[in-house]
Design a protein around this ligand. Structure first.
Ligand SMILES: [Zn+2]
Length: 252
């Protein structure tokens, strides 16, 4: 609770006011009643003055501390930020976060300390070792026919003709573009104005204990092509035969 006692700044006549912390508080009243005096000249000015006083002498030489407002006492006031009612600075996309530049710090804080979740299925996102991925596939997909895809392009525009040529040269007959398998030999003209997701179908195989060595080899290759990321798709029927490489024979 912030407590302001006997405020006489400007036209205020001995105002006592308690303002709850961590709540949204609106100050309202007729014109000239002293709303701005209370908000800016007392609450903001005193919060800022006390914060600046807590800084070292070196930092303080750059800022002019405002005068103490005319009140008997103010308790429990945190450092304050004021955003004035003004349209010349900041556009309609400005927020408290961007105007105060707190946004950058908040973003860093959430990225570094927060747990990211998949927006679709709310599963927490976490890095896994190759060993952990292999164990998980063996557990979750046992007996199923799966495909391992290496993401090559994530949400980028382009024709990707050279990428198709490169894949064809490596013996890959197809690439998955935005969810559909396209032949690398007769590469169609992609929509250049659309962002594409392109994956390399590295292998497809049936997950079983007998097949573990093949799975691990395919996994290592997928992670190499995908620079540490891969996608597992399955169960597969329609995908059979589009993957090149060691997994293919086992899958048939
Ligand atoms: Zn998800």
């Amino acid at each position: 609770m912030i407590r302001i006692h006997n405020a006489r700044e400007h036209n205020l006549k001995g105002v006592d006011v308690d303002i709850p912390r961590n709540r949204f508080t609106v100050i309202t009243g007729v014109s000239g009643s002293g709303k701005s005096t209370l908000a800016f000249d007392i609450l903001f000015a005193e919060g800022q003055r006390r914060y600046l006083e807590s800084l070292n002498a070196y930092a303080r030489q750059f800022v002019q501390p405002s005068a103490r407002p005319d009140v008997d006492a103010i308790f429990g006031i945190p450092p304050t930020v004021a955003i004035e009612q003004r349209t010349s600075r900041g556009g309609r996309k400005s927020t408290v976060g961007t105007l105060t530049e707190i946004q950058h710090f908040l973003r860093l804080l959430y990225v570094k300390l927060g747990t990211q979740h998949c927006p679709d299925c709310a599963v927490p996102i976490e890095p896994q070792s190759e060993e952990a991925i292999a164990a998980r596939i063996l557990r979750d997909w046992r007996g199923r026919h799966i495909g391992l895809l290496a993401p090559l392009v994530v949400a980028r525009k382009g024709y990707y003709t050279d990428l198709a040529k490169w894949a064809a040269g490596k013996g890959f007959t197809h690439l998955r573009v935005d969810g559909a398998f396209l032949p690398t030999g007769q590469w169609p003209r992609l929509d250049r104005f659309r962002e594409h997701n392109i994956e390399l179908p590295v292998a497809d195989l049936v997950v079983s204990a007998d097949n573990e060595a093949a799975l691990r080899a395919a996994l290592a290759r997928a992670l190499e092509y995908g620079k540490g990321t891969l996608q597992v798709v399955g169960p597969l029927d329609q995908l059979a035969g589009v993957a090149a490489g060691s997994g293919r024979d086992e899958a048939r």
